[in-house]
Design a protein around this ligand. Structure first.
Ligand code: F6P
Length: 357
């Protein structure tokens, strides 16, 4: 008999359900007696003891269903060690729920913040296995995260749609793609969607370079230009500011997103008509694509395999085509950004795509 708790935590993505289905089916198929509890709304459910017993039928028909059947929430890691408004010790509360449910293991699906808390719970003595979820593809220890490809497909579709209208009107279009800290989505969708300029958080841009790339296209007779910009793209000038100076220049909640600031500058400097499009959270919505269903199912089965082997304290990650267990303490607190010598960037530059550097 095994009792397992499922948690989906942090920003959602398209194939959370597909991953849980992969874990559940493998467990039901290999253990005679297994009970799976859905911990509701991420770590919040573990803190406040909100959960429900899931049955095999709950995992039927969810391979293609976006979102998460057990809900999610953002519970910042830095607040985990801070008592709640009623003085509740969150870590102790999470351990209590685990004990009360007599769990053998928690299967946690989440991104970077989620992994820090998962590692903390593992260090506190809970059995934990995790799966790498995020549209940002920025989890250290895995070549790919589930959710990434489906989100890239949506961002690429947005660029495709913008292409036709941009070409008709002869406009410059800025398309803002998700990714505050890393630019994997913008890089992949930008290339797949034929963007002329790609701006990433990892490569601070020089506005003059962006403007001259657009002017060059106009000179060559191209009536439109497409700029794919990551949410977290930053100019060279702003990258040189200290954290304090940056916060003073762009107060949280008061300053415009980078795409709009860039749009205004490009209008001023080129005289061309500029429009901004932000697909936003549509990038996390809808059904997972075939590739995400495939890797989610594999990751789910691999996570279940670790439970069968009673091998805890690991994330299942992709190394090439193989799935390997990666110790949580190695994953927690690291970010997988676009490296300086990234081959994809070099290829894109070689074919004339401007990165603003
Ligand atoms: O981490 C996934 C992500 O979609 C990022 O790309 C984006 O910056 C952020 O979450 C948005 O967060 P929220 O859903 O809390 O607005």
């Amino acid at each position: 008999m095994k009792r397992i708790g499922f948690i989906t935590s942090g920003g959602d993505c398209q194939s959370l359900n597909a991953t849980m289905r992969g874990v559940a089916k493998t467990l039901y198929n290999n253990i005679k007696d297994v009970e799976i509890y859905g911990i509701l709304e991420g770590y919040k459910g573990l803190i406040y003891g909100n959960y429900k017993l899931l049955k095999p039928k709950d995992f039927s028909g969810i391979l293609t269903l976006g979102g998460t059947i057990i809900g999610t929430s953002r519970q910042p890691f830095k607040l985990m060690t801070v008592p709640d408004e009623n003085g509740l010790d969150k870590i102790e509360a999470m351990k209590d729920t685990y004990k009360k449910l007599k769990l053998d293991c928690l299967v946690i699906l989440g991104g970077n913040g989620t992994h820090k808390t998962a590692n903390l719970l593992s260090k506190e003595g809970l059995n934990v296995v995790t799966c790498p979820k995020t549209i940002d593809n920025d989890i250290w220890g895995t070549d790919i995260t589930f959710g990434f490809q489906s989100a890239v497909d949506i961002a690429t579709n947005a660029l495709d749609c913008i292409h036709t209208t941009a070409a008709s009107h002869g406009r410059v279009f800025i398309v803002e793609i998700m990714g505050h800290k890393v630019g994997w989505m913008t890089l992949h969708a930008g290339i797949a969607g034929g963007a002329d300029v790609i701006l990433l958080p990892e490569i601070p841009y020089d506005l003059k370079k962006v403007v001259s790339a657009i002017k060059k296209r106009t000179k060559e007779g191209k009536r439109f230009s497409i700029v794919a910009v990551a949410e977290g793209a930053i100019s060279k000038e702003d990258a040189a500011l200290s954290k304090k100076e940056y916060k003073a220049k762009y107060p949280v909640g008061e300053s415009q997103p980078v795409a709009y600031r860039l749009g205004a500058e490009i209008t001023k400097k080129t005289g061309q008509e500029v429009r901004v499009t932000v697909p936003g959270h549509t990038q996390r919505g809808g059904s997972p694509d075939a590739y995400d269903r495939f890797i989610s199912t594999r990751l789910g089965a691999a996570a279940a395999r670790l439970i069968l082997e009673e091998k805890y304290g690991y994330m299942v990650g992709f190394s090439g085509n193989d799935i390997v267990p990666v110790p949580l303490e190695e994953v927690a607190g690291k970010l997988k950004g676009i490296p300086k010598d990234c081959q994809i960037v070099k290829e894109a530059k070689a074919m004339g795509i401007c990165f603003g550097d």
